[in-house]
Design a protein around this ligand. Structure first.
Ligand SMILES: [Zn+2]
Length: 225
């Protein structure tokens, strides 16, 4: 393989700096969008696909080995045109392929049955989803299961923001919705806001959003400030 792509080259090392830089830059952009730091658990959720309650901001460093193995497999299928027949043996592997498979096996805890990227990606997503769920407290588990319940739940994230059709959100609405989606506190005022019922507004806005209290000011529970 004379003309390897950057992704193919990256996969044979566990912490390739450009891939980590890419991930960190994505996290930084999300942080700018939500006006605050992104905690590790929230970032882990954000890197999942919509169907798992994420924002689809896939981690380049996490998926590099799967992409590389898939690329090797696809290239091998074209082997008569791309690989000299002298090298074409049953045990032939591309440079870095064994290392990439070891990395992926480490990540998954087992060797993947199928070398396709989609199959490996699904396994990685499922593993990350289960791991994240097991790390969350009860409140956040409920939230996480709610946002990952069905594809329709994330429809608002995929809507084209057309004001004329009522599909555009204001900046603070989008910001707050993302924070609620990822379980990042929405209220960090000091001193904390107090509801007319005298209850203190909690940092996730549960008191205002759950309709338990009927004294929350009108419109306040449409979207938190
Ligand atoms: Zn209240």
């Amino acid at each position: 393989m004379q003309n390897q792509s950057p992704t193919q080259n990256c996969s044979s090392r566990k912490s390739h700096p450009p891939l980590l830089d890419f991930d960190n830059n994505m996290r930084s952009v999300l942080s700018t969008l939500t006006h605050g730091p992104i905690p590790d658990q929230a970032w882990s959720q954000a890197t999942l696909p919509f169907s798992y309650g994420g924002l689809g901001l896939r981690s380049a460093s996490r998926f590099a080995s799967a992409a590389f193995i898939s690329s090797c497999h696809s290239t091998r299928l074209l082997s008569p045109e791309t690989i000299p027949s002298s090298l074409l043996t049953q045990d032939f592997t591309f440079p870095g392929e064994v290392t990439a498979l070891d990395l992926l096996t480490d990540l998954l805890g087992e060797q993947p049955d199928q070398p396709s990227q989609i199959a490996c990606q699904r396994l990685l997503d499922q593993q990350q989803f289960n791991h994240l769920k097991s790390q969350l407290d009860i409140r956040n588990q409920v939230r996480f299961l709610a946002v990952s319940g069905s594809l329709e739940t994330s429809s608002w994230l995929k809507a084209v923001p057309l004001s004329s059709m009522g599909l555009a959100m204001l900046g603070h609405e989008y910001n707050t919705s993302i924070r609620l989606w990822l379980g990042i506190p929405t209220i960090t005022m000091s001193p904390p806001l107090v509801c007319p019922c005298s209850a203190t507004m909690d940092q996730f806005g549960d008191h205002a959003c759950t309709y338990v209290c009927h004294e929350v000011p009108t419109g306040y529970n449409d979207i938190m400030p």
